[in-house]
Design a protein around this ligand. Structure first.
Ligand code: GLP
Length: 245
């Protein structure tokens, strides 16, 4: 595992975007796994800047998003589909047919989820997977549990997550209670993984993750410690409770 501690959110975002840009330049048809939430917004802004000012080319890049709220249509401004277009896809030269996102309207969920995993596989698998982390240690919407699901699936959101994500909605009762998410196996199959964490609110979970040297499905992000090629990029606030640095 590689750990980078950057001064603040802006430095973390620049570091992350630089790694993305280097990978895209090395392999123009890179397959990216993408995340939503507040954390990657700065990384996406920096990638847009690199596209505009440094000719970073997305024309062959393929993307797969981690998750989507179940029941939200892509034109709903709270959906992750909408978020991705607003925060990245509308501002770079990605081919829209190369940008894959779980469909919150899917009806035959089982078949749909299988198809999503097959599409990832057919594309050659994810080269670089970007992740944020929930305050409860979730990645994507793989919530703490006794057992974790391997492939893409539909899941119930925990109260912790509904509460944390209500900041993007008018009230907590508007947050969908279910989501489609890549499973822990879909994530772990990525060749490289980059986890971002920023701010004091993430200090506790990052300490739990990095101080204890333990793996448990009750902190889904801890399973990343078993992956061969993980980078964690965090800012000083998120790193403020780490020991033995
Ligand atoms: C959300 C998403 C995750 C995201 C996490 C952290 O619920 N499902 O993919 O990484 O929570 O979000 P934020 O970056 O806003 O703290």
């Amino acid at each position: 595992m590689q750990l980078f501690i950057e001064k603040d959110y802006s430095a973390m975002s620049k570091k992350a975007a630089q790694i993305f840009a280097d990978e895209i330049r090395q392999k123009p048809n890179l397959v990216l796994g993408l995340a939503t939430g507040g954390t990657p917004v700065g990384t996406y802004q920096e990638l847009i800047r690199k596209h505009n000012e440094e000719s970073l080319d997305f024309s062959k890049v393929v993307t797969f998003n981690l998750d989507e709220y179940y029941g939200l249509t892509p034109d709903n401004s709270q959906s992750y589909n909408y978020y991705m277009f607003e925060n990245l896809f509308n501002h770079v030269n990605i081919q829209k047919e190369n940008a894959h996102m779980p469909d919150g309207r899917a009806s035959d969920i089982k078949t749909y989820c299988k198809k999503y995993d097959n599409q990832i596989e057919k594309s050659g698998g994810i080269d670089l997977q970007l992740l944020g982390i929930g305050v409860n240690g979730h990645i994507g919407f793989n919530e703490p549990a006794e057992e974790l699901v391997v492939g893409t699936h539909i899941t119930d959101l925990t109260q912790d997550t509904i509460k944390a994500n209500s900041r993007f909605f008018d009230s907590a009762d508007q947050v969908p209670t279910k989501a489609i998410t890549m499973g822990i196996g879909s994530i772990m199959k990525a060749k490289k993984i980059m986890l971002l964490a920023s701010g004091k609110g993430k200090a506790e979970i990052m300490a739990k993750l990095l101080n204890n040297n333990l793996v448990t499905t009750k902190t889904p992000a801890s399973l990343l410690m078993l992956h061969q090629n993980v980078m964690i990029i965090m800012d000083e606030e998120a790193a403020s409770k780490l020991k033995n640095l």
